[in-house]
Design a protein around this ligand. Structure first.
Ligand code: PGA
Length: 240
């Protein structure tokens, strides 16, 4: 893994955005795997700025998001579909038909998983996958488990994930289930960029970089990827 440590979250976001801009400028119809959560927001902000400055265009870019809640209308203010539109898509020239999400309301999640993997394969797979990391080492909603998952699946969210994300829902109870790309789907991306900032991620990052590959710390699987870049701020790198 190519580990890069930055003085600040701002410098990290500059570098992460630059990697995406280079990818798109080398391949105008690049396929991006995208993530939600707080970590990627500054990176998305820089991508919007670069688009407005004429440094990158999303005209032919395709995107696949990592995960989506179940039992939440697509346009709910807390859906990841809404998040991505607010944080990135509404501000750049991406075409709505090139934006892909798992349908958390699909009646048959296995059929939905198959549809998503076929859609990814049809466009040649993901060129670069952006990931955050949970404090428990999860990637997407792949929580610590006994085995690595493969294709997208329906997950029961863990209490630690619910504790982290309930804040966005205020007094409304948040969903208990989500659809997420599996570890196999994530690992099939040609390049992976994991970003982590802040001390709360330091333990998960240290575990991931210890070299042991275990489904108890899902992000550790990135040790097996041929082209994984890990960008950390000093706080996230404080105990490696
Ligand atoms: P965060 O979440 O970016 O909001 O910290 C990351 C994750 O849980 O994958």
């Amino acid at each position: 893994m190519d580990v890069r440590i930055f003085n600040s979250a701002d410098e990290l976001a500059d570098a992460a955005a630059q990697l995406f801009i280079e990818t798109i400028n080398q391949k105008n119809d690049a396929v991006l795997g995208l993530a939600t959560g707080a970590s990627p927001v500054p990176t998305y902000k820089r991508l919007i700025e670069a688009y407005k400055a004429g440094k990158v265009s999303f005209k032919d870019v395709k995107t696949f998001n990592l995960d989506e809640y179940c039992d939440l209308p697509k346009n709910d203010r807390n859906s990841y579909y809404t998040f991505m539109h607010e944080q990135l898509f509404d501000h750049v020239d991406i075409k709505e038909e090139n934006v892909n999400f798992l349908d958390g309301n699909a009646a048959d999640w296995q059929a939905e998983s198959k549809r998503y993997s076929e859609a990814m394969a049809k466009v040649g797979g993901i060129d670069i996958q952006l990931l955050g990391i949970g404090t428990n080492g999860h990637i997407g909603f792949n929580e610590p488990a006994d085995e690595f998952t493969d294709e997208s699946f329906k997950v029961t969210l863990t209490q630690s994930t619910i504790d982290s994300n309930q804040k966005y829902f205020g007094d409304t109870p948040m969903p208990r289930y989500a659809l997420t790309m599996g570890i196999g789907s994530i690992m099939r991306a040609k390049k992976i960029l994991l970003i982590a900032t802040g001390e709360s991620k330091a333990k998960a990052i240290a575990g991931m970089l210890s070299g042991e590959v275990t489904p108890r710390l899902p992000a550790s699987v990135l040790n097996n990827h041929a082209d994984a870049v890990i960008m950390l701020d000093k706080a996230a790198a404080s105990i490696i």
